[in-house]
Design a protein around this ligand. Structure first.
Ligand code: CDP
Length: 202
């Protein structure tokens, strides 16, 4: 059985939490595609050529411990504007999406570019302030020395770069179901996602 669930949206909108829960609910595999770009970004920060980093990326690179820092997030969105970098990561994502047993992929361009024929598409969003507040909590709980203002700036800068790039810009697919999590708790957001996917499953 092949069934692809594409979940896109801006930084810190809750895609990761929703995707993991949705994957567990249906027993599907989950790929956080942001990790691919974060791993390439981290390698460039370590001095490796960007295209070399994208072409030679391994599954092991995705388990590096320091991929969730604000510095790596910025580096990720800078390498993500490059067509050659995106092209190097396409095949892996498509193969993952079409694996048997079902797959959930979350990112920026899953429903628009990577899996335009995904059986279900969600676009998860929330106000920049709410997203920054959640990311601030997450980063400070994980021991990162950050300020609320810096996190909000980081989120806004990445959103602008992700939405305005020429290659695979962040935008909802025409047939995506929009879920605004600004006023939703985690359980309500997951329930909204499952309801939208069930409607597509028929
Ligand atoms: O977790 P968060 O929403 O903050 O970011 P992420 O999903 O880990 O993605 C980090 C960066 O990778 C984004 O800001 C995008 O620039 C890029 N990205 C992308 O271009 N395409 C994807 N499918 C996933 C991430």
């Amino acid at each position: 059985m092949q069934f692809t669930i594409a979940i896109d949206g801006p930084a810190a909108a809750g895609k990761g939490t929703i995707s993991k829960a949705v994957a567990a609910h249906y027993g599907f595999a989950h790929l956080d595609t942001g990790l691919l770009y974060r791993a390439v970004g981290a390698k460039t920060l370590a001095g490796i050529d960007v295209l070399e980093a994208a072409i030679t990326l391994t599954a092991e690179d995705l388990t590096a411990s320091d991929l969730r820092t604000p510095e790596v997030a910025q580096a990720a969105s800078k390498v993500a504007v490059l067509a050659d970098v995106r092209a190097a990561l396409v095949d892996f994502q498509i193969a993952f999406a079409r694996r048997s047993g079902g797959a959930v992929l979350d990112g920026r361009d899953i429903g628009t570019v990577i899996c335009p024929r995904a059986e279900a598409k969600l676009f998860v969003t929330a106000s920049a302030e709410v997203r920054a507040a959640r990311r601030y909590l997450e980063l400070s709980q994980n021991g990162h020395d950050v300020t609320r203002e810096a996190v909000l700036e980081d989120v806004k800068a990445r959103d602008a770069r992700d939405m305005n790039r020429a290659e695979a810009p962040l935008k909802p697919a025409e047939d995506a179901v929009l879920i605004d999590t600004s006023d939703l708790g985690i359980e309500a957001a997951i329930a909204a996602a499952v309801a939208a996917i069930d409607a597509r499953k028929g």
